[in-house]
Design a protein around this ligand. Sequence first.
Ligand code: ARG
Length: 593
Amino acid sequence: MTASSRPSTVSALLTELVATAAAAAGHDGVLDALEPASPTSNPSFGDYQSNHAFRLGKALKTNPRAVAEAVKAALPVHPAVVRADVAGPGFLNFHLDDAWLAGHVVAQVQDTRGGVEDRGQGRTVVIDYSSPNVAKRMHIGHMRSTIIGNALHRLYEAGGYRVVADNHIGDWGTQFGMLIVGWRNWLDEAAFADDAIGELERLYVKFREEAAADPTLDDLARAETAKLQAGDPDNRALWLKFIDISMVEFNGVYDRLGVRFDETLGESAYNHALPGVVDDLLDAGIAVEDAGAVVVRYPDDHDVKAVRGKLLVIRKQDGAYLYGTTDLATLEHRLSTWSPAEIVYVTDGRQQLHFQQVFAAWQAWRAHRGLPADGVALRHMWFGTLKLPEGMMSTRKGNVIRLVELLDEAVRRARAVVDEKSPDLPDALRAEIAEAVGIGAVRYSDLSQNPQSDVSFDWDRMLAMEGNTAPFLMYSLARCRSIQRKADLAPGETPLAPAANGALVHERERALLRLLARFPESVAAALETQRPNLLCDHLFEIAQAFNRFYFDVRVLDADSDDQRAARLALVELSAAVLSRGLGLLGVPALDRM
Ligand code: ARG
């Protein structure tokens, strides 16, 4: 037990037992790191397996099996462990005690963090996600950044970090000059009143078309950008209007997706700091002048392979600053404002080189100033492309898919499923369920795939009631709640203690308990690898095990009161873990579907 008396994970507990035994057997300090115990792939081998003794034997160049026997003999007695076996070339397999495990799951569920290890210990992580560009609709890449970034946001918080979620919107740059020219020449007031952001997009496209025929428009746009940057009141007012319009659009999407930011510090917030960044990098010899521009050059033997021989322009010949310059200023601001232990950037894979270059330039700058190398971990959490099938929208306007329209389509399709499955529920409730299922399905279908693969988007699959989908998980949770309603229990009202009374011995109950106990381990794994899909996989396993339990085991009409109470407790434990898990993914949890 930790100081806060959080139950340690089963893995941590067994790892600790093995370490104690290995030390008692005289093998202290042989290996640098402990091999953590992990769940066995086949339950007939036991519940958890440790490879530590095997690794010890290898390191000591003796028979690993003999080492494993010695470690096993030295294992301290612990109520969690019924039996340990040496298996194969020197693995230790552990069989857990059912009643102990049930008590352990109860303690995890009662813990405010669900038993998830406190890795952050209050340290700060800044997560830069969503970060769309103003005056355009959010495109699909921003949808992935928003959903994956928000899942990381929730996972980091669950792991004991203080999270600063910063929406680094693209609210500065040359597109504003174009929009200002477009606005003054071609604004359609009626269209603007009807669909403000749509009209801004049209003006931008219109400008591009007109400028292709008349290049003097480009000069005009540049002049308007320069006026804006010099503080011209008319241009500033227009610029602020464009940002406002965009934020209304973005916030509508964020509200529906359950996303919130602590900060929305866009590119413009760093404008004043850009000259200083360039001067500092020049002074430090990290950047050099090159034909009137200022560039950072990365040598061919640079430590970071990706940047070798590359070039990052931080000021153009005409004096304009670039995306990388802004990112360097942003990084400095974040470090001095929040002293984070980590900064995570969530964007699509095409920005990998950009971030490698920014990080490498900043590392050189850091070293130049004598700052500690381990001060902050910079992580670019990139993701693959989302492939949208042809004809996926029943209503298509233009060739850009608005995120709001995509959400509406998901909800419309979910509504059809709800109407079919639950025609008796009142209309308003069906609408509410459809909104939750539609949004949940969009989030979950993205999160349940490996972020770094190209992922597909398939309405039928993501809305299916079977399989690794949001509706299946949500339905499994609603099923727990429905059992509780039949037992006249409100959610959370079920006494949990009876789970540990020794009545949970059915194969289905034992399998379910073991999966529930692993929840904190899967949260930690998802956080550590930044792959929320690991948590999705685990919740899917839990939901499957719950349904098997429900089909094979009688809960409400169990043989004895003790058994009934224990099974009802197991239903509540399942519900608690599922709803906590769905919460970490931002998938709404419903009591009824
Ligand atoms: N606005 C950028 C885009 O739409 C993403 C910004 C990501 N964050 C950053 N600090 N560069 O591609």
